[in-house]
Design a protein around this ligand. Structure first.
Ligand code: FE2
Length: 262
């Protein structure tokens, strides 16, 4: 099982970085399509758009439609749930009658569950009782198949960050931790939001976040040759049912002969 993860594309059709961000996403799509073997699935861990506008989702979707493998998206704090859901409809939302973007997919060797950490009142994460019960029910459906959760806000302290704590309240993280406690089938939690590579754990499950695909918003230090190259992550399941992750550079612009780039 190979998962390609992209995150924090912040598609913005009006800002000064509009064209660059579309190009950053397109470069990742092209690079993922070149992988051999192809990933089983691509996950986007939120902040797909900058302003939650339908046109931003449409622009992103036009690029993402070129992917040669299935795509699942999670909602970030910049996303607007209704616009996200109408641009990227999922067949089997766990909560068809609510606004939360939580769902699972059983189509792959590893079960995928999208968790909604979007807050109504801030950019930080939230995880309420409704979402907790929904996640608990989703996990109970299959307690033996390896399962990966993907969501926007990482539920661990990111020490390098100016804002180390990514949720509004520890209560939310404790609630999530109680849901995951003892769920031995959960092998990984993949997150975005930090715009940098970071790792932690929740209830004994390894959690990671990743650099933003939007290069202008990326945090952390990178070698000179990567300054303008968008990055994404590949997660490969090993024989011990653990994901081994690597950061990949989407270098397609650099690979083009002079005169063709742009
Ligand atoms: Fe973001």
């Amino acid at each position: 099982m190979i998962i390609a993860q992209i995150s924090d594309t912040h598609i913005d059709l009006d800002g000064p970085n509009s064209a660059a961000r579309l190009r950053n996403l397109e470069d990742c799509v092209v690079d993922i399509n070149r992988l051999d073997p192809l990933p089983d699935v691509v996950i986007h861990t939120g902040d797909l758009s900058q302003n939650g506008k339908p046109a931003e989702y449409e622009a992103a979707r036009r690029l993402l439609d070129a992917l040669r493998c299935p795509l699942h998206v999670a909602a970030g704090n910049r996303d607007e749930r209704a616009a996200l859901r109408s641009a990227f409809p999922a067949d089997d939302y766990l909560l068809p009658d609510t606004l939360f973007v939580q769902y699972r997919s059983d189509a792959f060797p590893v079960r995928l569950i999208a968790v909604d950490t979007l807050s109504e009142s801030s950019n930080q994460g939230d995880f309420c009782q409704i979402r907790a019960e929904n996640l608990r029910a989703a996990l109970a459906e299959d307690t033996t198949k390896p399962t990966a959760i993907f969501m926007h806000h990482p539920p661990f302290e990111v020490r390098e960050s100016k804002y180390p704590f990514q949720f509004e309240a520890w209560e939310s993280v404790e609630r999530m931790s109680r849901v995951l406690e003892g769920q031995r089938q959960v092998v990984a939690v993949f997150c975005g939001h930090t715009h940098r590579d970071a790792a932690g754990e929740i209830a004994g499950v390894p959690v990671s976040s990743m650099p933003s695909v939007a290069v202008d918003l990326r945090l952390g230090s990178y070698s000179d040759e990567l300054q303008s190259v968008p990055l994404y992550k590949l997660h490969r399941l090993d024989a011990q049912q653990r994901f081994v992750s690597e950061i990949r550079a989407a270098r397609q612009r650099q690979a083009l002969p002079a005169g063709n780039a742009g």
